[in-house]
Design a protein around this ligand. Structure first.
Ligand code: 5AD
Ligand code: SF4
Length: 479
């Protein structure tokens, strides 16, 4: 037996031991290659899409750094990974464009490795296209096996062939692998994976699989470790956090999970996303109202204000139910900031339907909204619907909606002008030297003069002037 086959015979079967083993093997390879090159090997991850992907990228980077890669500045790195999104067609097009650009870089550095992962890779047509037309890609994997990064790179180095591993789904949740956080003082925390809702336009349930909740004990343990490491704010992440815990052996509600997270010493702020309106319980509203740590912000995707379109979207609430929910939230948490997602141009959307959306926007008066042009995703029920709305009409509605949303947001955000509020300081201001940028509990950004040593702390700031979607403020001396 060669030394290599000997080693492969020792591979632990169970996770995370198996991955820890492959991280060690990869580390030896990375060390050997850097000795040969006389410099460390660099890595670079580019993340597309949502907060889930951002958190996945922290896990991927954790593995790479543990295997002795160092952080590179850009795509001229030895290992480049695109963590992709496929929620709208545009995201896919961007990746193909960037792959063309990477080809040129790889010609200059033939040892470079290019890897692709994330939601787009869960689509068989995408993988077929990459295998055919983008032969310079080395590793392709999906959303269910990101924890295997070290094993996949190791396999690529040993076989020298393109490595592809896409799983259709998984029940496995692998804990305790290294994670490299982007911010030392705040962190996303996955509480569940996948989605069971099958909104008719959305590809997420197909690429992220069925809903799986993490055990509450694992979540609490992770947050305790994070707070011990300096984290003061967590964002609990899931495609639909309101259905958290329903499929666990010992079911618990999301509201109950929040009560337990609230107890963690040292933790100052709790956020969560995303909430599906159909599952938002009165119990959750009560927990939000009585909590000292849950931020006064809720992202509550509307998608459309027309009950007829909502039915076609399979959202399972009506315009009236959504508005009633907003009333109940505001009654319990008067100062709450509401943000939303809205899709314009869903198949069959008429001018009257669109007016209903504008009507909800005017009644709710959101602090902010992400507005999207409907994008046809192959394989979803909406892609087969007749009456796709002509592009010019969609564009015109989109512009009207955006204007309405922005005008209202700039008025709504003004409501705190002249008050003093707590701000979590996040970074130095990228535009104004000497200034810092932080966030209110309601999620609005505030810029103010201050010393970078304040980053990661909560300070009191006077909100002097609202400027559209942010504030200019001044630091109040703390006593
Ligand atoms: N087209 C446009 N927007 C979409 N979203 C999800 N699928 C589509 C689609 N096919 C939007 C929804 C969701 C957000 C994350 O992306 O508004 O809330
Ligand atoms: Fe997509 Fe609907 Fe699931 Fe959100 S809740 S990820 S929009 S299917």
């Amino acid at each position: 037996m060669t030394q290599e086959t000997n080693r492969l015979a020792e591979i632990p079967a169970a996770e995370p031991a198996r991955q820890k083993y492959f991280i060690r093997l990869l580390r030896e390879q990375v060390d050997a290659m850097s000795r040969k090159k006389g410099r460390p090997l660099t890595c670079f991850i580019s993340t597309f899409g949502c907060q889930m992907n951002a958190r996945d990228s922290e896990k991927l980077l954790g593995i790479l750094l543990d295997a002795h890669f160092v952080l590179g500045k850009d795509e001229r790195s030895d290992f480049v990974l695109y963590n992709t999104c496929t929620v709208r067609e545009n995201a896919n097009l961007k990746v193909y464009g960037r792959l063309g650009y990477l080809n040129g870089i790889k010609r200059k550095n033939p040892d470079m490795l290019i890897a692709l992962c994330g939601c787009m890779m869960q689509e068989p047509e995408v993988v077929a296209r990459i295998k055919k037309s983008y032969r310079h890609v080395d590793i392709i994997f999906g959303t269910h096996n990101i924890y295997k990064l070290a094993e996949l790179i190791y396999e690529r180095l040993m076989t020298k062939h393109m490595v592809t591993e896409i799983l259709d789904g998984t029940d496995e949740i692998v804990e305790e692998l290294p994670i490299e956080r982007k911010y030392p003082f705040k962190s996303g925390v996955n509480i569940m994976f996948g989605c069971n809702n099958f909104c008719s336009y959305c590809i997420v349930p197909y690429v992220r699989g069925r809903e799986r909740s993490r055990n509450p004990e694992d979540i609490i343990k992770e947050i305790e470790a994070l707070t011990a490491d300096g984290v003061v704010e967590v964002m609990l992440l899931g495609q639909n956090v309101n259905s958290y815990g329903k499929t666990l052996k010992e079911p618990i509600s999301f509201a109950e999970l929040l009560r337990r997270v609230e107890q963690i010493d040292g933790l100052k702020r709790i956020r969560f996303m995303t909430s599906h309106p159909k599952d938002l319980s009165d119990e959750l509203i009560q927990v939000m109202a009585s909590s000292k740590k849950i931020c006064t912000h809720l992202h509550l995707p509307l998608q459309s204000g027309s009950s007829r379109i909502l039915k076609l979207m399979n959202r399972r609430y009506t315009k009236e139910q959504y508005l009633d929910l907003v009333d109940r939230l505001r009654a319990a948490v008067p100062d709450i900031s509401l943000t939303t997602d809205i899709i314009v141009g869903f198949p069959g959307e008429t001018e009257e339907d669109f007016e209903e959306t504008l009507d909800v926007v005017r009644r709710v008066r959101y602090d902010g909204a992400f507005t999207f042009i409907y994008s046809k995703r192959t394989g979803t029920p909406a892609a087969a619907m007749e009456d796709q709305v002509p592009e010019e009409i969609v564009k015109e509605r989109f512009d009207r909606l955006l204007k309405e949303v922005q005008t209202i947001a700039s008025e709504v955000i003004k409501r705190h002008e002249g008050t003093v509020q707590e701000v979590l300081v996040e970074e130095t201001d990228t535009h104004e030297p000497g200034y810092l940028t932080g966030r209110l509990s309601g999620n609005t950004l505030v810029h103010f003069k201050g010393d970078p040593s304040l980053i990661g702390t909560i300070v009191r700031v006077s909100l002097d002037e609202a400027k559209g979607f942010y504030y200019m403020g001044s630091l109040k001396e703390t006593d």
